[in-house]
Design a protein around this ligand. Structure first.
Ligand code: HEC
Length: 91
């Protein structure tokens, strides 16, 4: 392999690595945006995809805790998002 080809390979590898790091950083920023959202916002965005959002008064705080765990697996939300939503619903 000629030295020129090796150099080209190194440049391509570094560019690829840089892109991967960029994507990772952008990915983290996106999830930070999610964590800036309030419980009410997350509830409105996540809980009416499949059914009408039940009003906070529908269930007791203990019941919301259980509902939250059950619906977390349906809505595919993070623990943090679930905690925020459940805290909002308990109010
Ligand atoms: C992927 C679809 C989906 C999403 C998203 C979802 N749910 Fe549900 N939910 C269901 C299904 C299906 C049921 C019926 C019970 C069951 O089989 O799990 C249900 C039932 C419920 C019930 C019981 C209703 C009743 O009157 O007995 C509550 C309360 C509820 N969901 C709250 C929520 C909350 C709060 C969120 C947001 C975190 C949410 N759901 C997000 C699918 C979803």
């Amino acid at each position: 392999m000629k030295i020129f080809q090796i150099r080209k390979l190194v440049i391509i590898s570094i560019t690829g690595l840089g892109l991967m790091i960029m994507v990772t950083i952008i990915g983290c920023k996106a999830s930070q945006q999610v964590s800036n959202k309030s419980g009410a916002q997350l509830w409105a965005e996540n809980c009416q995809r499949c059914h009408n959002t039940p009003s906070p008064a529908t269930f007791s705080p203990e019941q919301w805790e259980t509902v939250g765990l059950h619906m977390q697996s349906r809505a595919l939300i993070t623990d943090e998002e679930r905690t925020k939503i459940v805290d909002f619903l308990k109010q």
